[in-house]
Design a protein around this ligand. Structure first.
Ligand code: ADP
Length: 201
């Protein structure tokens, strides 16, 4: 687990399950039809209950779903999070089909929507790196580059952005990339959540 401050936002990387996060919103790696599915999508629908699928159905009827690289928002149903932002990352097909830009766009669209709703704390999964087979290290670089640039452009908008990575190798890849982007020494390591005490707010 690692954290750092970007502008005025705490950026946290941790291993865990995104469905139990207490941020105001969590981001779902959805598909264009908003059908629910496997991976993190299935987990969010299971934990959040049928209200989320019902709102997804309405969005599908109104505007046909969510194109790759864009995002839509629903309530969080039974989740701790008040909102779920559903974004669609690209399916990896070799890297020459605009996948990098579409992945960056999925992160940016999610942040735009969160900002529009006045959401101050947000959790992301590692979009596209499961069933959609985007190489993890490359996806981590795009995710962290896009999010850190956004946080610098919109200082004061978010209090905390979390990346909730499902397995140790994915967390390690994100940590490596963030250290690389920010420079050695920029990352604090701690047990999450930090225990109260001197030096720990
Ligand atoms: P995609 O179709 O965008 O690749 P997946 O859900 O298949 O989406 O995978 C995206 C990432 O989410 C993968 O790294 C997967 O391990 C991870 N993941 C699966 N379940 C959860 C969960 N409950 N919390 C956080 N991440 C999860």
């Amino acid at each position: 687990m690692a954290d750092t401050i970007i502008g005025e936002t705490r950026l946290v990387l941790l291993q865990g399950d995104i469905t139990v996060q207490d941020t105001e919103a969590i981001v779902n790696a959805a598909n264009e039809g908003l059908w629910g599915g496997g991976g993190v999508d299935g987990a969010i629908h299971r934990a959040g209950g049928p209200a989320i699928a019902e709102e997804c159905r309405r969005i599908r009827e109104e505007r046909g779903g969510c194109p790759t690289g864009q995002a839509v928002i629903t309530s969080g149903g039974n989740l701790k999070a008040r909102y779920v932002i559903h974004t669609v990352g690209p399916v990896w097909s070799g890297g020459a089909k605009g996948e990098d830009e579409l992945l960056a766009s999925a992160y940016r669209s999610s942040l735009d929507l969160a900002r529009e709703y006045g959401i101050r704390t947000l959790s992301f999964p590692s979009i596209s790196t499961g069933a959609y087979r985007f190489p993890v290290e490359r996806a981590a670089r795009i995710a962290l580059d896009t999010v850190t640039s956004y946080l610098k452009e919109h200082t004061g908008t978010f209090e905390e952005v979390r990346f909730v990575l499902f397995s140790p190798p994915i967390l390690e890849a994100y940590e490596r990339v963030l250290r690389d982007l920010l420079g050695e020494g920029a990352l604090g390591h701690f047990f999450y959540p930090p225990s109260p005490g001197p030096g720990n707010r």
